[in-house]
Design a protein around this ligand. Structure first.
Ligand SMILES: [Zn+2]
Length: 247
Protein backbone atom coordinates (compact mmCIF):
# COMPACT_ATOMS: atom_id res chain seq x y z
CA UNK A 1 0.00 0.00 0.00
CA UNK A 2 1.31 3.46 -0.87
CA UNK A 3 0.07 7.01 -0.29
CA UNK A 4 -2.32 8.14 -3.03
CA UNK A 5 -3.70 11.56 -3.98
CA UNK A 6 -7.41 11.86 -4.58
CA UNK A 7 -8.41 13.15 -8.01
CA UNK A 8 -10.87 16.07 -8.21
CA UNK A 9 -14.52 15.05 -7.92
CA UNK A 10 -16.06 14.41 -11.37
CA UNK A 11 -18.17 17.41 -12.49
CA UNK A 12 -21.33 15.39 -13.01
CA UNK A 13 -21.49 14.47 -9.30
CA UNK A 14 -23.45 17.53 -8.24
CA UNK A 15 -25.47 17.48 -5.02
CA UNK A 16 -28.67 16.93 -7.00
CA UNK A 17 -27.13 14.11 -8.99
CA UNK A 18 -25.85 12.48 -5.80
CA UNK A 19 -29.35 12.64 -4.26
CA UNK A 20 -30.83 11.13 -7.41
CA UNK A 21 -28.29 8.27 -7.49
CA UNK A 22 -28.69 7.54 -3.78
CA UNK A 23 -32.48 7.28 -4.23
CA UNK A 24 -32.01 4.95 -7.16
CA UNK A 25 -29.67 2.74 -5.11
CA UNK A 26 -32.03 2.69 -2.12
CA UNK A 27 -35.09 1.92 -4.24
CA UNK A 28 -33.68 -0.52 -6.78
CA UNK A 29 -30.29 -1.64 -5.43
CA UNK A 30 -28.68 -0.41 -8.67
CA UNK A 31 -24.87 -0.19 -8.71
CA UNK A 32 -25.06 3.54 -9.43
CA UNK A 33 -21.30 3.97 -8.89
CA UNK A 34 -20.48 1.52 -11.66
CA UNK A 35 -19.92 4.07 -14.42
CA UNK A 36 -16.84 5.02 -16.40
CA UNK A 37 -17.07 8.63 -15.23
CA UNK A 38 -16.44 7.40 -11.68
CA UNK A 39 -14.21 4.41 -12.38
CA UNK A 40 -11.76 6.10 -14.77
CA UNK A 41 -10.63 8.94 -12.46
CA UNK A 42 -10.46 6.51 -9.53
CA UNK A 43 -8.29 4.12 -11.49
CA UNK A 44 -6.04 6.94 -12.70
CA UNK A 45 -5.56 8.20 -9.15
CA UNK A 46 -4.23 4.80 -8.01
CA UNK A 47 -1.99 4.36 -11.08
CA UNK A 48 -4.25 1.54 -12.30
CA UNK A 49 -3.75 -0.50 -9.13
CA UNK A 50 -5.80 -1.72 -6.20
CA UNK A 51 -5.47 1.01 -3.57
CA UNK A 52 -4.95 -1.63 -0.86
CA UNK A 53 -2.82 -4.47 -2.25
CA UNK A 54 -1.32 -2.71 -5.33
CA UNK A 55 -2.23 -5.49 -7.77
CA UNK A 56 -2.79 -4.48 -11.39
CA UNK A 57 -6.44 -3.61 -12.01
CA UNK A 58 -5.98 -3.23 -15.75
CA UNK A 59 -5.41 -6.98 -16.17
CA UNK A 60 -8.45 -8.68 -17.61
CA UNK A 61 -8.80 -11.09 -14.68
CA UNK A 62 -8.76 -8.33 -12.06
CA UNK A 63 -11.20 -5.68 -13.20
CA UNK A 64 -11.51 -2.94 -10.66
CA UNK A 65 -14.36 -2.66 -8.23
CA UNK A 66 -15.48 0.59 -6.68
CA UNK A 67 -14.85 0.12 -2.98
CA UNK A 68 -17.01 2.02 -0.52
CA UNK A 69 -14.76 2.92 2.41
CA UNK A 70 -17.78 3.37 4.64
CA UNK A 71 -19.67 0.31 3.44
CA UNK A 72 -22.76 0.73 1.33
CA UNK A 73 -24.94 -1.57 3.40
CA UNK A 74 -24.70 0.62 6.51
CA UNK A 75 -24.12 3.94 4.72
CA UNK A 76 -26.39 3.96 1.65
CA UNK A 77 -26.35 7.76 1.59
CA UNK A 78 -22.59 7.61 0.86
CA UNK A 79 -22.61 5.30 -2.16
CA UNK A 80 -21.50 8.05 -4.56
CA UNK A 81 -19.81 10.45 -2.15
CA UNK A 82 -16.50 10.93 -3.95
CA UNK A 83 -14.31 10.88 -0.83
CA UNK A 84 -15.85 7.53 0.13
CA UNK A 85 -14.81 5.72 -3.05
CA UNK A 86 -11.59 3.79 -3.66
CA UNK A 87 -10.46 1.60 -6.58
CA UNK A 88 -10.04 -1.94 -5.30
CA UNK A 89 -9.56 -5.49 -6.49
CA UNK A 90 -12.27 -8.07 -5.95
CA UNK A 91 -10.23 -9.85 -3.25
CA UNK A 92 -9.55 -6.80 -1.06
CA UNK A 93 -13.08 -5.51 -1.52
CA UNK A 94 -14.49 -8.93 -0.64
CA UNK A 95 -12.26 -9.33 2.42
CA UNK A 96 -13.26 -5.91 3.74
CA UNK A 97 -16.92 -6.60 2.97
CA UNK A 98 -19.20 -4.69 5.39
CA UNK A 99 -16.45 -3.92 7.92
CA UNK A 100 -17.36 -0.81 9.93
CA UNK A 101 -14.45 1.63 9.48
CA UNK A 102 -15.95 4.08 11.97
CA UNK A 103 -16.04 1.57 14.85
CA UNK A 104 -12.73 -0.06 13.84
CA UNK A 105 -10.79 2.21 11.49
CA UNK A 106 -8.42 0.95 8.82
CA UNK A 107 -5.95 2.78 6.60
CA UNK A 108 -7.31 4.91 3.80
CA UNK A 109 -4.29 5.46 1.51
CA UNK A 110 -5.89 8.68 0.22
CA UNK A 111 -5.74 10.05 3.77
CA UNK A 112 -2.93 8.39 5.75
CA UNK A 113 0.55 7.55 4.51
CA UNK A 114 0.71 3.74 4.82
CA UNK A 115 4.44 3.75 5.54
CA UNK A 116 3.72 5.35 8.92
CA UNK A 117 1.55 2.37 9.81
CA UNK A 118 2.95 -0.64 7.96
CA UNK A 119 6.32 -2.35 8.01
CA UNK A 120 7.48 -5.39 6.08
CA UNK A 121 9.38 -8.43 7.27
CA UNK A 122 9.94 -11.73 5.47
CA UNK A 123 7.55 -10.48 2.76
CA UNK A 124 4.76 -10.14 5.31
CA UNK A 125 3.27 -6.82 6.30
CA UNK A 126 3.49 -5.93 9.96
CA UNK A 127 1.42 -3.26 11.69
CA UNK A 128 3.39 -0.46 13.34
CA UNK A 129 0.16 0.96 14.72
CA UNK A 130 -3.31 -0.39 15.53
CA UNK A 131 -4.51 1.16 12.26
CA UNK A 132 -1.83 -0.79 10.41
CA UNK A 133 -2.58 -4.04 12.23
CA UNK A 134 -6.32 -3.79 11.63
CA UNK A 135 -5.77 -2.95 7.95
CA UNK A 136 -3.66 -6.08 7.45
CA UNK A 137 -6.38 -8.28 8.93
CA UNK A 138 -9.42 -6.56 7.45
CA UNK A 139 -8.14 -6.36 3.86
CA UNK A 140 -6.05 -9.53 4.00
CA UNK A 141 -2.68 -7.96 3.22
CA UNK A 142 -0.87 -11.10 4.35
CA UNK A 143 -2.86 -13.51 2.25
CA UNK A 144 -0.28 -16.19 1.62
CA UNK A 145 -1.07 -17.21 -1.91
CA UNK A 146 -1.99 -13.96 -3.54
CA UNK A 147 0.32 -11.50 -1.73
CA UNK A 148 3.07 -13.01 0.44
CA UNK A 149 4.21 -15.39 -2.32
CA UNK A 150 3.94 -12.60 -4.87
CA UNK A 151 6.21 -10.41 -2.72
CA UNK A 152 8.67 -13.28 -2.37
CA UNK A 153 8.78 -13.68 -6.17
CA UNK A 154 9.42 -9.95 -6.53
CA UNK A 155 12.20 -10.10 -3.92
CA UNK A 156 13.81 -13.02 -5.68
CA UNK A 157 13.69 -11.29 -9.08
CA UNK A 158 15.17 -8.11 -7.61
CA UNK A 159 18.02 -10.08 -6.02
CA UNK A 160 18.76 -11.70 -9.40
CA UNK A 161 18.73 -8.33 -11.14
CA UNK A 162 21.12 -6.86 -8.58
CA UNK A 163 23.57 -9.73 -9.13
CA UNK A 164 23.41 -9.21 -12.88
CA UNK A 165 23.88 -5.46 -12.42
CA UNK A 166 27.11 -6.11 -10.48
CA UNK A 167 28.31 -8.36 -13.32
CA UNK A 168 27.59 -5.58 -15.79
CA UNK A 169 29.41 -3.13 -13.56
CA UNK A 170 32.51 -5.38 -13.57
CA UNK A 171 32.34 -5.74 -17.34
CA UNK A 172 32.18 -1.96 -17.79
CA UNK A 173 35.07 -1.49 -15.34
CA UNK A 174 37.19 -3.88 -17.37
CA UNK A 175 36.39 -2.63 -20.88
CA UNK A 176 35.20 0.98 -20.43
CA UNK A 177 32.87 0.65 -23.43
CA UNK A 178 29.81 2.90 -23.80
CA UNK A 179 27.73 -0.16 -24.67
CA UNK A 180 28.68 -1.80 -21.37
CA UNK A 181 27.97 1.38 -19.44
CA UNK A 182 24.53 1.70 -21.01
CA UNK A 183 23.69 -1.95 -20.36
CA UNK A 184 24.38 -1.35 -16.67
CA UNK A 185 22.39 1.89 -16.57
CA UNK A 186 19.43 0.26 -18.35
CA UNK A 187 19.27 -2.57 -15.84
CA UNK A 188 19.49 -0.27 -12.81
CA UNK A 189 16.86 1.98 -14.39
CA UNK A 190 14.63 -1.10 -14.80
CA UNK A 191 14.95 -1.96 -11.10
CA UNK A 192 14.11 1.61 -10.13
CA UNK A 193 11.18 1.74 -12.58
CA UNK A 194 9.64 -1.26 -10.81
CA UNK A 195 9.88 0.74 -7.57
CA UNK A 196 7.89 3.76 -8.80
CA UNK A 197 4.39 4.66 -7.51
CA UNK A 198 2.86 3.50 -10.81
CA UNK A 199 4.47 0.03 -10.66
CA UNK A 200 2.53 -2.92 -9.24
CA UNK A 201 3.42 -3.84 -5.64
CA UNK A 202 5.65 -0.74 -5.53
CA UNK A 203 5.87 -0.58 -1.73
CA UNK A 204 7.35 -4.09 -1.66
CA UNK A 205 9.66 -3.61 -4.63
CA UNK A 206 11.00 -0.25 -3.43
CA UNK A 207 11.60 -1.67 0.05
CA UNK A 208 13.27 -4.86 -1.16
CA UNK A 209 15.52 -3.07 -3.66
CA UNK A 210 16.50 -0.03 -1.66
CA UNK A 211 17.12 -1.81 1.64
CA UNK A 212 19.42 -4.30 -0.11
CA UNK A 213 22.96 -3.46 1.03
CA UNK A 214 24.45 -4.78 -2.19
CA UNK A 215 22.21 -2.53 -4.31
CA UNK A 216 23.05 0.53 -2.17
CA UNK A 217 26.74 -0.27 -2.60
CA UNK A 218 26.30 -0.58 -6.37
CA UNK A 219 24.44 2.76 -6.59
CA UNK A 220 27.20 4.38 -4.51
CA UNK A 221 29.89 3.00 -6.81
CA UNK A 222 28.01 4.14 -9.91
CA UNK A 223 27.59 7.67 -8.53
CA UNK A 224 31.27 7.86 -7.54
CA UNK A 225 32.33 6.88 -11.01
CA UNK A 226 29.85 9.14 -12.73
CA UNK A 227 27.82 6.25 -14.16
CA UNK A 228 24.75 8.21 -13.18
CA UNK A 229 22.25 10.70 -14.59
CA UNK A 230 19.33 12.95 -13.62
CA UNK A 231 16.77 10.37 -14.64
CA UNK A 232 18.24 7.75 -12.27
CA UNK A 233 18.40 10.35 -9.51
CA UNK A 234 14.72 11.22 -9.96
CA UNK A 235 13.66 7.56 -10.07
CA UNK A 236 15.70 6.87 -6.93
CA UNK A 237 14.06 9.77 -5.08
CA UNK A 238 10.55 8.57 -6.02
CA UNK A 239 11.36 5.04 -4.90
CA UNK A 240 12.89 6.15 -1.62
CA UNK A 241 9.62 7.89 -0.71
CA UNK A 242 7.83 4.50 -0.75
CA UNK A 243 10.16 2.44 1.44
CA UNK A 244 8.50 0.67 4.34
CA UNK A 245 10.36 0.00 7.57
CA UNK A 246 11.81 -3.49 7.80
CA UNK A 247 10.64 -4.32 11.30
ZN1 LIG B 1 -6.40 -5.55 -3.65
Amino acid sequence: MIKLSRAPKPDFLTDDKIDELVEEFKNNGTSVWNTESIKTPLLNSSHGKCSYCECDLTEESKYMEVEHFEDKKHNPEKVVIWENLLPSCKKCNGAKSTHDVIAEPILNPYIQDPKEHLAIRMFRMRGLTQLGKDSIDVVGLNNQERLVLKRFEIGSQIADSIEIAWERYSIYKSNGRTQSRNRLINLVEGILLESQPKAIYAATTATVALTDASFSELLGAMKNEDIWNDNLEELLGNAQALILQCA
